[in-house]
Design a protein around this ligand. Sequence first.
Ligand SMILES: [Zn+2]
Length: 245
Amino acid sequence: MNTALLKNISKQTCAWCGGKYHDRAHVPTKFLIPKSERNNSKWPILPSCQQCNQGLKLDEEWLTIHFSSMLYDYSDVAKKMFDGPVTKHLQKLTPIAARYNKYLSLVELKVNGNSLGLKTRIDMSQEDCNRLERVAEMFARGLYYWHNQQTAQKLKAKVVYLTPKRFKDFSTHMKPLKLYPIFPITFEYAYGYVSATGEAAFIIMIYGKPAFQILLIKKEKYDRMESKVKSGEIIQIHEPSIEIY
Ligand SMILES: [Zn+2]
């Protein structure tokens, strides 16, 4: 653990916005991690203001529900999370849980006329897709602070949602990055830092599967990327409004 950082935490300002210190925040959030793994000295704990700490609570809840249900058949830890705390949570029928139940359906997947069995399908609103991106961005900015002891406020975040299939095309991006398996299989990330510009790249893996690529880049670069998307020069990979795992 970065004990120096932890000791000085109360003297510090928010790792995300630079605002007034209020509380400590875990990255990743507690709700994502099984209770049996929570006693972990590698877990980044960061200084946070009240707004940054509270503001993403619903989004984090959403992230855990989403990945534990989507990866249920692929990952033991996802199954354990879904069968345990997530199911308990969904049964409470909070507004977010009720909405998630509505998005899920089972469909028969067919390839060349052959059935591959029932698969989970999710039809998610754009607003709820954005929730996933917001948490991914928050994780990346928090981890940036953890590595560099400074906020990434001057950088823009470009978040790409990765499905297992999409990740195959992405695997070359992993090579220059260093892997940090802070919760082996449950939550791992690969990180690369460009010291000349202060920019960074992350690939975040949740429950053993690649989940997001996040670039923290200068505004000029971000704007150039966005204009290339607009002109059709590069294709925007869009988020999982309909995704079958
Ligand atoms: Zn803040």
